[in-house]
Design a protein around this ligand. Structure first.
Ligand code: G1P
Length: 271
């Protein structure tokens, strides 16, 4: 059973400037609810008990969002507003499940994952990227079923436009396992569209084997001078670790770019 999830939140969010210049992009509202709460709801609904947030000193505001008890308590004392009481209870519910670790230098997703090493208790854990919302169907839950059936690691996937592959990790398939699941042959971070092996993109949900830490320990910087989780995964695949690409059935919303963020609010309001 997968009981732990990690969520990298230390990124600078430059794609969302100026919205992210003094504020954490993950707290920006999407149809009246901070983006991070959609991710938390997905985790908790999938049975995750223990959630690790990787933040940075610059993003302390995320911790504050969950530790603002004084404010809630004083307001509730003065005025017993049922809406505020309900919201506060929800925050407390999340808070109980969240731990914080720090990545103060923006060295990339691989480095962020490595920071959680000593907290991961079981062989497999879940990772969710807050830029990627998947609505209507719980993608984490679906991936846990795939993991149970085929054992190895799993990454969420979907086809993207061929001229857009340089926004994503892109993988090639060695074998179709069934209609929605593929054994991955290789994966490459943000390839040039001219040389891309396919248009199968990795979306921000991963079930990872704890062995990934061994590979991350010595992982060198890659694309854009960052340490990428994709590069460590690539190494694991070459050492015969099985990785499955799972075509998820939910509705994908990219909240990590300005146009995507604006669209997400509109799309969620219509769901
Ligand atoms: C990251 C990963 C990339 C993956 C993407 C999914 O990129 O590095 O492989 O396809 O998330 O959203 P980022 O969004 O951090 O640029």
């Amino acid at each position: 059973m997968i009981k732990q999830a990690i969520i990298p939140l230390a990124g600078l969010g430059t794609r969302l400037l100026p919205l992210s210049s003094v504020f954490a992009k993950e707290l920006l509202p999407i149809n009246g609810k901070p983006g991070i709460e959609y991710i938390l709801d997905e985790c908790i609904d999938a049975g995750i008990k223990d959630i690790i947030f990787i933040i940075s000193k610059k993003k302390e505001i995320i911790r504050k969002y969950f530790y603002n008890d004084k404010l809630y308590k004083s307001i509730i004392k003065k005025k017993k507003d049922p809406r505020i009481i309900k919201e506060y209870k929800k925050i407390l519910f999340y808070k109980k499940r969240i731990k914080f670790v720090y990545q103060n230098k923006p060295l990339g997703t691989g480095n962020a994952v490595f920071k959680t090493k000593k907290f991961i208790k079981n062989k497999f854990f879940l990772m969710l990227f807050p830029d990627d919302l998947i609505m209507k169907k719980n993608c984490s839950k679906e991936m846990m079923k795939v993991h149970k059936k085929y054992k190895g690691s799993v990454m969420a996937s979907m086809k993207v436009k061929k001229n857009n592959v340089d926004r994503w990790g892109i993988y090639s398939i060695s074998k179709n396992l069934d209609k929605n699941n593929f054994k991955i042959l290789d994966v490459i971070e943000k390839p040039n569209p001219k040389y891309s092996p396919s248009n199968n993109a990795v979306i921000g949900r991963y079930i990872l084997n704890r062995d990934i830490f061994k590979y991350l320990k010595n992982q060198k910087k890659g694309k854009g001078g960052e340490i990428h989780i994709t590069d460590a995964i690539r190494k694991m695949i070459t050492k015969n670790n099985s990785f499955i690409g799972h075509k998820f059935s939910g509705k994908y919303l990219d909240c990590g770019t300005m146009s995507g963020y604006i669209n997400s609010g509109i799309k969620i309001s219509k769901l």
